[in-house]
Design a protein. Sequence first.
Length: 202
Amino acid sequence: MLTRRPSLLVALTLCLLGTPGATGANAANAIFRDLSATSLPARPQTGALEIALPVAFRALAVDVPALERTLANAPLERSGGTPLILALPYPDGSERRFRVEDSPIMEPALQAKFPELRTYVAQGIDDPTATARLSLTPMGFHAMVLSVEGTLFIDPYRRWDASVVLSYWKHDARRIPGSKFHCEVEEAMSELAPSLAQAPEA
């Protein structure tokens, strides 16, 4: 029995390490957990500014505190710090790793007053052609990924609720006639503008 333990430990270590892609998937699964369409919570039927459900999507529960802790480790853009590695969930059930950097859109003093409004840039690792913009605000977690595969969105299932997101391709999105795609970061800032305007000077 004792002579077999080293081999068993080696085998277990190799299984846990896996491939680089698998490592990213494990990191993502600590934050994102798949949900079935039937388990999605109800959404408001009227007067809501929710996205229309895409033709095809992947629904995921989000461990928001874990996501906040993870993104807090992202270095400032172009600071030379070690980028945060974050795996984003793709609609096909896979996860792709990205190098993430903090990319504020507000002046430092204002950002310090509103730490709940965070924006990031990301560069693909598993797909070097992929670039992304991420945001985590009171409206939820958003991601837009551009790559040779197309445009990918990760959006809150319900606005002002970061606990459930949908991952889908732009070509699967549904839009209300006459509407257009909006930058959710800009919308969040616009809706929070009254609070920003009333904030006392430092």
